[in-house]
Design a protein around this ligand. Structure first.
Ligand code: PMV
Length: 315
């Protein structure tokens, strides 16, 4: 049996994080500079059902049956088995490699799930549809995120810019003219589930205040969609700035993120904001060819641990 491999990109949220959990729209794009890769190989010398998992990036080497039932990798493999109605897997080795930083808002968990689902279902002779891949990855996202909106698994499965509203059919975005963003890593690890839980607690205590802010964030995401589809990306910077203020107001920014956002703006970025769950992880800045290098240096000078430059709208 040949080996099967599949990969999936990282992602970044341009607009609408947190509000998307409460039914407002958000925009996310794939980030192909970072990837998760899964390889599935038959293991003819082992007994049926023996599934060895190797994930050297996180120091994991274990048999599937030895991992706890609520482990994300167990959940993803069992999801494929159940969907394909397979009694027992043939003996196999699953190797996972990823260049996507963990707990940084770049969708590492969803990308690993999508890569595994693609490689394993192809290995088993029944490659799954994108819809099914995304739904299975969503189930695993619940372990990572608690109450995920579903945006990560969607953008990573479809590998296209998406305009996403929870529980609605996914809409892909037509980017009229490509534009560039810088992704700056604060180096602070911040699990999304904890931040989402804090926002929920605060929303329960003061629903009107939070609903008003979510409405404003949703409007920014709507406007940004038009701006992107009509090729007016010069206005994306100010929309990012407005979105960042609203994210600060719900308490999900941090001194490190604010410092990077400020440094990017001062160095000539058209605008900047935190991206993803917040309190750490990444921020993004809208740049042009002329400002890319200055803003990159300013971000590194302000403490960014790594910068990814990504062009949105080129395939
Ligand atoms: O970029 P991440 O993986 O940190 O995603 C966070 C996005 C949230 O809106 C905060 C949560 C969600 O499930 O949409």
């Amino acid at each position: 049996m040949p080996a099967f491999s599949a990969s999936a990109p990282g992602k970044i949220i341009l607009f609408g994080e947190h509000a998307v959990v409460y039914g407002r729209p958000a925009i996310a794009v794939p980030v192909r500079q970072v990837q998760a890769k899964a390889i599935v190989m038959a293991n003819p010398l082992a007994a049926t059902g023996n599934v060895l998992i190797q994930a050297p990036d996180v120091g994991l080497e274990a048999y599937l049956d030895d991992l706890p039932a609520d482990h994300p990798l167990v959940c993803v493999i069992r999801g494929v088995i159940k969907t394909l109605e397979i009694g027992r897997l043939p003996a196999l080795t699953l190797r996972i490699n990823s260049t996507i930083p963990v707990a940084a808002g770049l969708g590492s968990g969803a990308a690993v799930s999508v890569a595994i689902i693609r490689a394993l279902s192809a290995f088993l002779g029944h490659p799954l549809s994108e819809n099914t891949i995304s739904s299975l990855a969503y189930e695993v996202e619940k372990i990572h995120h608690g109450t995920p909106s579903g945006i990560d698994n969607s953008v990573i499965t479809y590998e296209k810019p998406v305009f996403y509203i929870r529980d609605r059919a996914i809409e892909t975005l037509r980017v009229r003219y490509p534009f560039t963003i810088l992704i700056g890593d604060s180096g602070v690890s911040s699990p999304t589930a904890a931040v989402v839980r804090d926002v929920q607690r605060a929303w329960l205590a003061e629903p009107e205040y939070y609903e008003r802010i979510f409405d404003s964030i949703g409007k920014i995401a709507q406007t940004s969609r038009q701006v992107i589809e009509n090729g007016k990306s010069a206005s994306l910077g100010s929309l990012m700035n407005e979105n960042h203020v609203l994210l600060q107001a719900i308490g999900v920014s941090s001194p490190e993120l604010d410092r990077l956002v400020e440094a990017a703006r001062s160095a000539g970025a058209a605008g900047a904001k935190l991206s993803g769950g917040g309190r750490g992880g990444n921020m993004i800045a809208a740049v042009t060819r002329d400002t890319t290098s200055t803003v990159t240096h300013a971000l590194l000078g302000a403490g960014a641990k790594r910068i990814i430059t990504t062009e949105i709208g080129t395939s």
